[in-house]
Design a protein. Structure first.
Length: 275
């Protein structure tokens, strides 16, 4: 006997005003953090791949909305969860959401409690990314995708960082922001970096400064390292640089003075986690 077909139960929706899809309404404002105007603080996943990762994550999924073809691609996952899945056409979906969605499917989830920083640092975690002033959602999403790909154990967010669970960040991360542990590093910045040192980490600041150590010869692989990353453009503040234990740079060709923060992070992540 062959394996039985997996069938997910879909609920048809014919009107953009259907109250059952209120969670998806006007997402240009409704997906903001709860402390922002119009924000409800939901986690929004777009596209089959990202929705699949949301369904596999610890975030409690509330419901899905999509066109039949995209929901069919998720039928196996949907058959394993008790989550409403609303099926509609692309025009009805666009009118409810507030824009046309090329990826054809959305999922919405509630947020979970962010861990205490010490929870994230204890145990077997060895490589931590610490961000200061990374306010661009796409840069932060790319950084999380790189962190997942290169074995970084967690991300700590310092002052000025954007919301990793904002819809654009989740999308650019390809859903990996949902699996890399993160939290905000409280206390007075940058004195709060002492929390990392107290838990056995060497705080290493990434900077293009000519007097910083070359990353490749810094001998960081295999050590407990917290990589300090600043905003694209201004980089780390003087105070953050002064609070680091070491400063390293990525040597570049003449005429190029910096990399995109997510790209620089990927180079540094590989150098620290390789081997």
């Amino acid at each position: 006997m062959g394996r039985s077909a997996v069938v997910a139960i879909l609920t048809p929706v014919d009107s953009p005003d259907d109250p059952r899809i209120d969670d998806f309404r006007d997402l240009t404002t409704a997906d903001r953090r709860p402390d922002r105007p119009g924000g409800r603080g939901f986690v929004i996943a777009e596209g089959v791949v990202v929705v699949r990762r949301l369904l596999e994550s610890p975030y409690p999924v509330r419901s899905l909305l999509g066109v039949p073809r995209r929901l069919a691609e998720l039928s196996e996952e949907l058959a394993r969860v008790d989550v409403p899945a609303y099926s509609t056409d692309a025009d009805t979906m666009a009118r409810a959401v507030g824009f046309h969605l090329n990826r054809g499917v959305l999922a919405v989830a509630d947020r979970t409690r962010e861990p205490d920083p010490v929870e994230l640092l204890r145990g077997e975690a060895r490589t931590i990314a610490v961000c200061e002033g990374v306010g661009d959602h796409e840069n932060l999403g790319s950084l999380f995708r790189n962190a997942a790909a290169l074995g970084v154990d967690g991300v700590l967010l310092g002052p000025g960082c954007s919301d990793p669970l904002y819809r654009r960040s989740v999308r650019v991360s390809m859903g990996h922001v949902l699996r890399v542990p993160f939290t905000r590093l409280g206390g007075i910045w940058p004195a709060s970096l002492d929390t990392l040192r107290d838990n056995g980490y060497t705080v290493v600041a990434l900077t293009p400064a000519a007097d910083a150590e070359p990353l490749a010869s810094a001998g960081l692989a295999g050590r407990r390292v917290a990589l300090l990353l600043g905003a694209e453009g201004p980089g780390l503040t003087v105070e953050a640089l002064a609070a680091a234990d070491r400063r390293v740079r990525i040597p570049m060709a003449s005429g190029v003075d910096s990399l995109n923060v997510a790209t620089a992070a990927a180079v540094a992540f590989h150098a620290v986690t390789a081997g």
